[in-house]
Design a binder for this molecule. Sequence first.
Ligand SMILES: [Zn+2]
Length: 320
Amino acid sequence: MAGIASFFRQLSLFDSAPVEAQAPAARPSARSAWADIPAAQRPNVSTVPAPGLDSLLEVAGYNQGASTASSFADLCRGPYAHIQVVAGKRLWESWRVAWTRRHEALRLDIPAMLEEAPREIKEALLEWAVLVTRRGGKRDPVLRARRGDLETRIREHLHAPPAEGTQPTGTAGKRLARNRRRVQRLEPKGAHHDLDASFRAVNERYFEGRLQAKLTWSARLGGLSTHSLAQDGEGQPYHLLSISRGYDNPEVTPEILGGVVYHECLHIAIPPRREGGRRVVHGPDFRRREREYDHFEVWRDWHRYGLPKALRRLRKAKSR
Ligand SMILES: [Zn+2]
């Protein structure tokens, strides 16, 4: 289990965050939780997951016993009276807190599904918000342990499978249905190339066969090639490499296809890191390893010049 936990932690850093996900730390008057959490522990509370990570949540966010639920409005009293809770449609497995500009209130951003969470999860969120914004709390080992405990509880709730016999409701339900369809749509065999074969070859040659991933051709025509984290029917996470349809083309050689598969594989091997508040995805180490691909130049040229043409042709063929 510990393996899986660290797996999540690493990977949740991966996906490119939307612009609004940038830490508000740059604003001098705003003290935010993001700035308080060591980079290594930060991902789940500080990043907004991109689409790939959303699938992690396909089993999250059910109405687990509405009878025990109290609204945040009821709970934001006393020690929590200064907290504004904002449910975000775009947050799925992360939450964050920051002082508002004038320091008079804490703004706690949460995934919308947590509005339906049981009371103890909501209280855990509020306590967490107060803890991480407290001055000096970072150095106090007792407070740090408590915070970790709260984060684990919230995360477990977000990842919890639905209770027997219950149906997820609302946005969570829609999300779940969509991701189920997504899992079924894995399509490694294209009209011209088999991604599984390409992955096996790349994995053997460059990663000692140790990488684990599932591959699919991108569902959309103009789709880019991406690496994301998905979840199978049993709730096990896996790396999903989605390869642009443009590569499923008769002029693409196995060497060219291997180049894009290798690039996406490298994202598994070299997870993004944080540097001075910025996410580094294609850092110098990544670029160096990328050049170790045997046919790097051939691949890069096709990626730059052949792929856009191939995608245009595909689009034209489809619109006819
Ligand atoms: Zn990349």
